[in-house]
Design a protein around this ligand. Structure first.
Ligand code: NAD
Length: 500
């Protein structure tokens, strides 16, 4: 894409008055500058949080289905802007355009889901032990939600959180990654258009904070945000979690993964290999669900390693390049730090490796970081693997029994996504019971998820659940209400007698 094409897309999606300032935004495609934005000051953020509180006082009383109508309009606006927004996603975070389109589609899907949900925010009727009493469980709006998000899914992660929060009656205040503020400003502008068409939304229902960890920490420490939904590294979660807990706030933490696929002797390799390769190299290995570890039964270990090696060498030959080109399968890494981290991880694993394939810098502009995917053949699971490396770096490890594979699988601190490749139903069910991850797939890989399920992981991945199923409950507060409709003196619970 030429620089003129960049500026046309930016001009179509981002209001000019939102641009300009000291934070430089570059594209990982060639490292060139694509815009600048201003970091919000402490006083501005303070004002935004007051505004979010004011919006909450109005929005909480709007009926759920009417709140859903706003999200229905927003979803339609996204359909109109899908291609432009996908191009901007690719430009700003470097994922291939096919995945950029997929990301905007995911936003549209979650809008549809949230519209349906807006009529289903239901509680329970509970049997009371006392005569002429009725107990209900009510779900009520919680308050403004602080969203902190990450560069690799610069728009859909926000949509998971914001769409649910808004149908649940909560305004949102969003701090996107400092690496991807332009897509966030574009989303805000599309949301503002939807509010205008809706006509009856309070001002400041959705606001953007432009900032780094510093601005994020201000949100984390402020009680006007009863829920902080934060996506990013385990390092970030380790700081954010205790700070929010210290003020008795709630967190939804979606943190790092260290995901594995187990390939059993019964696996259909024609089914298994495409998923394993996508998990290993898709999104240049920069997904929280990327496949980092592949445990292969010793009887087929060499065969699977060789197939992966062939696929990776083939990609390295001609499929690494600009993410805007339709033929590219692996685009750039986000920045030089990501490249340096990948190289450090390769150095650390060298003493343990039987064979290392790829991992070199691929051809590309001097200020961009294109990496050949790297495949490492090991004999066991040494210590360096226990840490997530956010890069196209995959370890292949043999196992002898499924019990042993599960032990190695669960031996990492993270617990996000897992998969088994098998045609044996006993192996599949054993795996689902033993996997300690939030996601356990059979005959599909670890990478990628549909919006209908609850998304998230255990252990250092943070325990949060977002998106589908009943994840909406995190955005509301639960109230138990008992009503007495009799005429005699009301009975006390547990049969307690109190004759005053
Ligand atoms: P990061 O933790 O450095 O940054 C993520 C966000 O947190 C950014 O907006 C950043 O400004 C903010 N932040 C950082 N420190 C903060 C602090 N002390 N207080 C408040 N905010 C703070 O993450 P990254 O390295 O840019 O992204 C990669 C990580 O994100 C990987 O670990 C990946 O697995 C994870 N990730 C997880 C999910 C998930 O759903 N589980 C999804 C995508 C990415």
């Amino acid at each position: 894409m030429s620089s003129a094409a960049h500026s046309h897309i930016l001009a179509r999606l981002v209001p000019q008055d939102a641009l300009g300032g000291s934070l430089r935004v570059t594209t990982p495609i060639d490292g060139s500058l694509i815009g600048t934005v201003s970091l919000n000051t402490e006083a501005e953020i303070d004002q935004m949080l007051d505004r979010a509180q004011a919006a909450f006082k109005i929005w909480r009383d709007v009926p759920g289905p009417a709140r859903g109508e706003l999200i229905r309009i927003f979803g339609n606006r996204l359909r109109d802007r899908k291609e432009d927004l996908a191009q901007l996603v690719t430009l700003e975070c470097g994922k291939i355009i096919e995945e950029g389109r997929g990301e905007v589609q995911e936003m549209i899907d979650i809008c549809d889901f949230a519209v349906g949900l807006s009529r289903q925010l239901h509680g329970l009727t509970i049997a009371s032990e006392r005569p002429d009493h009725v107990m209900h469980e009510n779900w009520l709006p919680l308050g403004p939600v602080g969203i902190i998000s990450v560069f690799n899914f610069p728009v859909s992660v926000w949509a998971w959180y914001a769409d649910l929060a808004i149908v649940c009656g909560d305004p949102v205040v969003w701090k996107p990654s400092e690496k991807t503020p332009l897509t966030a400003l574009a989303c805000q502008a599309i949301f503002d258009e939807a509010c205008e068409e809706f006509g009856d939304a309070p001002a400041h229902l959705s606001q953007i904070i432009i900032g780094t960890a510093e601005q994020g920490e201000q949100m984390v420490n402020d009680s006007r945000l009863p829920l902080i939904s934060a996506t990013g590294s385990c390092r970030m979660g380790r700081i954010v979690g205790p700070k929010v807990a210290a003020r008795f706030g709630r967190t939804l933490l979606e943190l790092g993964g260290n995901n594995a696929v187990i390939v059993t002797p019964s696996a259909d390799l024609d089914v298994a290999m495409p998923s394993i390769v996508f998990g290993a190299v898709g999104t240049a290995g920069q997904r929280c669900t990327s496949t980092r570890r592949v445990f292969v039964h010793r009887s087929i270990h060499d065969q699977v390693f060789d197939k992966m090696k062939m696929a990776i060498l083939d990609i390295a030959k001609s499929k690494i390049g600009s993410p805007l080109d339709a033929d590219t399968l692996v685009g750039p890494m986000i920045d030089g730090d990501a490249w340096t981290n990948m190289q450090a991880a390769i150095e650390a694993i060298k003493p343990h490796a039987e064979e290392i394939v790829g991992g070199e810098r691929a051809a590309g502009p001097a200020d961009a970081f294109y990496a050949e995917p790297c495949l490492v053949k090991l004999t066991d699971q040494p210590e360096p693997i226990l840490t997530e490396t956010f890069a196209p770096l995959t370890y292949v490890i043999p196992y002898d029994t499924l019990e042993e594979a599960m032990e190695m699988h669960n031996a990492v601190p993270q617990g996000l996504s897992s998969a088994i490749m098998t045609t044996d139903v006993r192996e599949a069910e054993f795996f689902k019971r033993r996997s300690d991850c939030g996601i356990a797939n059979v005959n599909i890989g670890t990478s990628g998820a549909e919006i209908g399920g609850a998304f998230g992981g255990e252990k250092e991945t943070g325990g949060g659940r977002e998106s589908g199923s009943d994840a909406w409950r995190a955005y509301m507060r639960r109230q138990t209400s008992t009503t007495y409709f009799g005429t005699d003196k009301p009975a006390l619970a547990q049969g307690i007698s109190f004759d005053a």
